[in-house]
Write a protein that binds this ligand. Structure first.
Ligand code: BG6
Ligand code: MG
Length: 219
């Protein structure tokens, strides 16, 4: 198979566990609206845009709101979420991530971010990771949410590589589908029962490096 020239990373759940902050903010909002929102419900929000997340939450609560009100409460949730992420420190980067990003740079493999989050730049900045990324495609730059491949295709384009030269790292099923739809190889990070469509699934980056990445070239 084609040589790997670039790696595209999802952010939430791959580089850092921000899902817990998203959850607390959505749960509090659900309480305000008068219903419970469980961690299991929260699984459905992974990889999904902010406004779509709110729609799923309202579906869980059986609530219908006008568009204007939705925007208003999405802002309340986001303000709370931002207050959490502004307190994050580099200790919260998931194990093995910095070592792997370093290995990629040393090997001359380009690195891009492909995230649905509009807060991605703040998070990378708080974690001190911005300098690793040759391209950052986030929720501010895309119009079509995963599983549409737009976020990853834009990343590949900005780096100057074809999809077949790229590998995507994702923790959400919609993200794996986006990579496949874009014609990219993909590595699931997390639960193999959810991410079964990926080329391989790893539990995290602790035991994953350049050598293991290169194995994918043999497929
Ligand atoms: C994704 C998360 O990365 O970003 C979703 O997995 C989240 O849970 C989405 O809804 C949008 O994030 P933000 O920060 O723009 O609200
Ligand atoms: Mg994710």
């Amino acid at each position: 198979m084609t040589e790997i020239k670039a790696c595209l990373f999802d952010l939430d759940g791959v580089i850092v566990d921000t899902a817990k902050y998203h959850y607390i903010a959505w749960r509090d909002l659900a309480h305000e609206l008068g219903f419970e929102f469980t961690e299991k419900d929260n699984e459905r929000l992974k990889g999904v845009s902010r406004i779509r997340s709110l729609e799923i939450l309202l579906e869980v609560g059986g609530i219908t709101l006008p568009e204007e009100k939705k925007l208003e409460i999405a802002k309340i949730k986001n303000d709370q979420y931002v207050s959490y992420i502004l307190k994050m420190t580099p200790d919260e980067i998931l194990p093995g991530v910095v070592r792997f990003l370093d290995e990629l740079r040393t090997a001359g493999i380009k690195i891009a971010l492909g995230s649905a989050s509009k807060n991605a730049p703040i998070i990378l900045d708080r974690l001190g990771l911005s300098h690793f990324f040759d391209a950052i495609i986030d929720g501010n730059k895309v119009t079509h949410a995963k599983p549409d491949p737009e976020v990853f295709l834009k990343g590949a384009e900005e780096l100057g590589f074809s999809p077949s030269e790229c590998v995507v790292f994702e923790d959400a099923e919609a993200g794996i589908e986006a990579a496949i739809n874009g014609g990219m190889r993909c590595i699931g990070v997390g639960d193999p029962t959810i991410l079964g469509k990926a080329n391989i699934v790893i539990p995290g980056f602790e035991n994953f490096g350049l050598k293991e990445l290169k194995e994918l070239e043999k497929n």
